[in-house]
Design a protein around this ligand. Structure first.
Ligand code: ZN
Length: 108
């Protein structure tokens, strides 16, 4: 199943989102948007095994890319090199949520 933003949901705080897996019968992943200096952190295998260790080692997306340790994801930019697909979806939903809240406050 390809997740859509409709089933990416804010979880228990403004910066924590639940994102469905693309694989069937896998529980949704929890994404913390502000972890690793706003890179974000996810519970999925790709992040836990590959991207997280690079961040814990202190690599930036630029260094990881230039060293050949990370690739620019098809859905993102160089800044997304150390983000999994789920973090990308959570950031997109976060932007939608913030825009909606700003629109509501402007119209009050
Ligand atoms: Zn993930």
């Amino acid at each position: 199943m390809t997740p859509t933003l409709e089933n990416v949901r804010r979880y228990d705080s403004a910066l924590r989102y639940q994102v469905p897996s693309r694989r069937p019968k896998v529980e949704p992943y929890l994404v913390e948007l502000d972890a690793f200096n706003d890179n974000g952190e996810c519970q999925c295998e790709h992040f836990s095994c590959r991207l997280g260790p690079l961040l814990r080692a202190g690599l930036t997306p630029e260094i990881a890319f230039e060293s050949g340790l990370a690739e620019v994801p098809t859905w993102g930019t160089l800044e997304d090199c150390l983000r999994c697909y789920h973090i990308g979806l959570a950031r997109a939903q976060f932007a939608d949520d913030v825009l909606r809240e700003i629109r509501i406050r402007i119209n009050e």
